[in-house]
Structure formats: structure tokens, C-alpha cells
Design a protein around this ligand. Structure first.
Ligand SMILES: [Zn+2]
Length: 470
């Protein structure tokens, strides 16, 4: 697939020295480096350190002067997104939902059923542009468009490539629309994963911008037979499944009633858990199921504001971390701004636990430590950290810290300061996508939005007039 390995422009090969700035490295041992510089070459970070020293070390590199109140972070990562949710903006459920399954039936399933391939491209392009503007450079997306399955992942990939970001994509297989559409979903994932793996044999594998997972909706809309077929297809593919797990109690109750086991236990029984598996939500799982997921080295995508929005409960984040699970932060399509999501995450846990000290460090950790680990595992090279050899995905914010900004105070500045200022520059794979607040991508935002509105008008009519209540 040509979009997976973009050619480097001559300017990227020549090298760029960015700084001086306050650089926050993220990763397992996050550091705050004052007056630091970052040398970037061929889409990768060549060095990080004192700006003055890097100027001497890389005299031929072009300079990007960021003196002033600049703070540089790695490009942020969203561990669970739904680009197609863009077209929900301004729409509501067709009937008042009484519970989460009603929300799906009256809103989301009806929405995904009415998307065309053009809608898929434009809804993704809009969300991706919003990612650039809010500093999110890697997205793990979960796509559904039941009447436009074939070619939908290529449409999303084209939008990702046109905007210039990094993404892991999948199509959500479900039995809810009948066996034909479930089979199409399986083929869409398998075909796309096969395309992506061919791109990885390229000698420039390290710069692969698009990878895939095998998407599944949720246990309660998937039969054993469909899960077995997915398992068989995965045997020849290097991927894990990306699935909603016990987002609402209804998913767990369904699994208990039909299969006499919890959702994670069911996935284990079907041999669908591995170190590339992404379990989104995992709210209504038992401590025993947590241990199974940890043993299988699964990744969890925690989406606190979506969970508040749908009133489905709050995951036991402390329990997951205690059991050694790798947990990252996603938005579930609510937004593309990860600093915003991280800012609100502790509020969900504090209200839920009635504990004013809960989940502050843990929430920031998801963004700073968890998400980079998840993305690095899915892409096969370091992503989301500022260190030598990592992908040159960087964002710059203009922020004057009112109190000392050090390793010890970093999380306070991240969630109460940096989360409230605008991103000025966004770079992915060494390429500027936004500079000084102006987009520098190949697409024109207003033209994309106009095309999106035109499509969304037609989409809205289909959504509102669809004969079946879903
Ligand atoms: Zn989701």
C-alpha cells in the first residue's frame, strides 16, 4: 500500500535543529530539560540535549529557533478513537436512550450504517485535522460503516496519509447487521492487514506511518462462530484484535447468560488475547479477568470522559495498574485533544470513588508512559517519546510557567497549565503539519470542512429517515 511508507522530502533528509525550549521527554522516566534542543534527521530524533551543545555537534543542520516561552512535548497519542464520530456532531439519538444499548441502537449503529465511502474519508480527514491542531500525532482508530465496508480502511488510510499523521486502523466486525456484512468486515480487516504487512517489508520499515489491528465490535454482537473465523484469519496475520470489552454491564450480562463466563474469559477461550490485543474500556470485568488480560500482556484503552458521557461506569484504573496491565488513554471519538482528556480523567475517578486524591498521577501516566508503550508496540519502533531514535513527532506550546517547572512538578504543569494553552507547532515524522498555529498540510481545512458539510447534509437526511429504528 503506497500510503504506508511516504517518501521523505529533500528538506527532511538534511536535518533540522529545534530549540532552545523546555523539553518534556515523556516515557518511563519523564524528564524536563531546560534550554534543550532536538536534532531531527530523516523523520527520526537524532539527538536531544543542551541546545548550545547540539548547535556545535550539528553545524550543518538548519535551525528552527523556538526561543521564548516554548515547551516541546512528544506528539500525543490517542489509544482509542472513532474518526467517523465526526458526523455525529449536531445529531442526537432518534429516540431518548434509556440505557447504553439504546445509545448504540438509536445513535451509533444508525450512524455507521448510513455512512458512504466519501463520508468515511471526510469524517476521518476532519478528525485528523483536529488532531494536528491539538497536538495528537498518533491515533489508534476503530472504524465502522456497515453499508460501505469494502474499501473503508483504505479511505481512512488515505485521509491519514493526506494529513500526514501516524495511525493504527481496524474495521469493527459485528454480527449485528447479518452474516454478509460480518463476512465483509472480516475480509476488510484481513485485506488491509495484508497490505500493511507488505509495506513493512520495505527497507524503510522504520518510517511506516500506518499499521493495522483486527477490529471487533464487542462480545454481545459477536457469535462464537464469527470469533472462530476471526481467529483462523489471524493465524496468517501479524496483528491483535482491537475490541470494546465490557463497556457497559449489558456486555458482561450477555456473556454470562449465553456463555457462562465474562467477556475477557470468552476472548481467552477463543484464543484472541495476545500482546497486540487492545481491550477498550474493560469496565465490567472481574479481578480474575484483569489477571488473565495482564498474563496475556493485553493493552487497555481507558476512555473516562466517554464513559461519563454514556453513564456506563468507571474502570478500576488502580486495580488494572496494580495487576501490571499496560493502560493507555483514549477518547472513544469524543474528541481528538488528548491533554483535555487527561485533564478530565482524574475527575471521573474522584467522583466515582468519592476520593479527592484519586488518580492524578495515574491519569497523567496513561498519557506520558502508557500511550507511548502501546504505540511503540503497535508500530515496532519508539513513538511518543523524545529520545534518540524515536519517531520525530513533536509539538510546541507557548507556556510561561508561573511556578518552577521541573521533573517533580511536571504533571501539575501538564494537566493544569499546558492542557489549557494552544498548540503552536505540530510535527510528525520530521515534517511540520502546523507551524505557528497555521496548518501546513496538503489539505485546505476550509475546503475539507465545506465538502464534509455538503456530505453531512445528505447523511443527516439518511440518518433521520432510515426506515428501521436500528
Ligand atoms: Zn469505542
Amino acid at each position: 500500500m503506497a500510503t504506508a511508507v511516504p517518501a521523505l522530502s529533500p528538506e527532511l533528509q538534511s536535518g533540522l535543529l529545534i530549540g532552545p525550549a523546555t523539553v518534556c521527554t515523556f516515557g518511563d522516566r519523564p524528564r524536563v530539560l531546560a534550554s534543550a534542543g532536538i536534532a531531527v534527521s530523516e523523520g527520526v530524533i537524532a539527538a536531544v540535549g543542551p541546545h548550545a551543545a547540539l548547535r556545535r555537534r550539528f553545524p550543518s543542520f538548519r535551525r528552527y529557533d523556538t526561543s521564548g516561552p516554548s515547551v516541546i512535548l512528544p506528539g500525543l497519542i490517542c489509544a482509542h478513537h472513532h474518526f467517523y464520530s465526526t458526523f455525529a456532531r449536531g445529531l442526537g439519538p432518534i429516540k431518548r436512550p434509556k440505557n447504553f444499548v439504546d445509545v448504540l441502537r438509536y445513535m451509533w449503529w444508525r450512524l455507521d450504517r448510513n455512512l458512504t465511502l466519501d463520508d468515511v474519508y471526510y469524517s476521518a480527514a476532519i478528525a485528523l485535522i483536529e488532531c494536528v491542531k491539538s497536538g495528537t500525532t498518533t491515533v489508534i482508530d476503530h472504524h465502522a460503516s456497515a453499508r460501505a465496508v469494502r474499501g473503508s480502511l483504505r479511505a481512512v488510510a488515505r485521509a491519514v496519509s493526506d494529513v500526514g499523521l501516524r495511525a493504527n486502523l481496524c474495521y469493527e466486525v459485528s454480527d449485528r447487521d447479518g452474516p454478509k456484512i460480518a463476512a465483509e468486515g472480516i475480509e476488510e480487516n484481513a485485506g488491509f492487514l495484508s497490505d500493511v504487512s507488505q509495506a513493512t517489508s520495505d527497507e524503510r520499515r522504520v518510517r511506516r506511518m500506518i499499521t493495522g489491528s483486527f477490529g471487533l465490535h464487542a462480545s454481545f454482537t459477536l457469535s462464537d462462530e464469527t470469533l472462530r473465523r476471526v481467529r483462523r484469519r489471524l493465524e496468517s496475520l501479524d496483528a491483535g484484535v482491537h475490541i470494546h470489552v465490557a463497556e457497559d454491564l449489558a456486555d458482561r450480562k450477555d456473556a454470562l447468560k449465553k456463555y457462562r463466563m465474562g467477556v475477557v474469559e470468552r476472548l481467552e477461550k477463543t484464543d484472541l488475547l495476545c500482546d497486540k490485543t487492545i481491550l477498550a474500556h474493560a469496565i465490567h470485568i472481574t479481578p480474575a479477568e484483569r489477571k488473565i488480560a495482564a498474563k496475556k500482556k493485553c493493552m487497555i484503552a481507558h476512555n473516562p470522559t466517554s464513559n461519563l458521557n454514556n453513564a456506563v461506569g468507571v474502570a478500576d484504573l488502580a486495580g488494572m495498574l496494580r495487576d501490571g496491565l499496560l493502560v493507555g488513554l483514549g477518547t472513544d471519538g469524543m474528541r481528538s485533544n488528548m491533554l483535555d482528556e487527561a485533564k478530565f480523567a482524574p475527575l471521573a475517578h474522584r467522583m466515582n470513588l468519592r476520593d479527592p486524591a484519586a488518580a492524578f498521577v495515574e491519569s497523567a501516566d496513561l498519557l506520558v508512559k502508557g500511550n507511548p508503550k502501546i504505540a511503540s508496540r503497535l508500530f515496532g519502533y519508539p513513538v511518543g517519546v523524545i529520545e534518540k531514535g524515536a519517531a520525530a513527532d513533536l509539538i510546541r506550546l507557548e507556556y510561561c510557567p508561573p511556578t518552577p517547572f521541573t521533573d517533580e512538578t511536571f504533571y501539575g504543569h501538564l494537566l493544569f497549565g499546558l492542557a489549557n494553552v494552544r498548540v503552536r507547532d505540530t510535527m510528525a515524522a520530521g515534517r511540520f503539519l502546523m507551524k505557528n498555529g497555521r496548518l501546513t498540510i496538503g489539505l485546505r481545512e476550509e475546503a475539507v470542512a465545506e465538502a464534509s458539510r455538503r456530505l453531512a447534509r445528505k447523511f443527516r437526511k439518511r440518518f433521520l429517515s432510515a426506515a428501521r429504528p436500528a
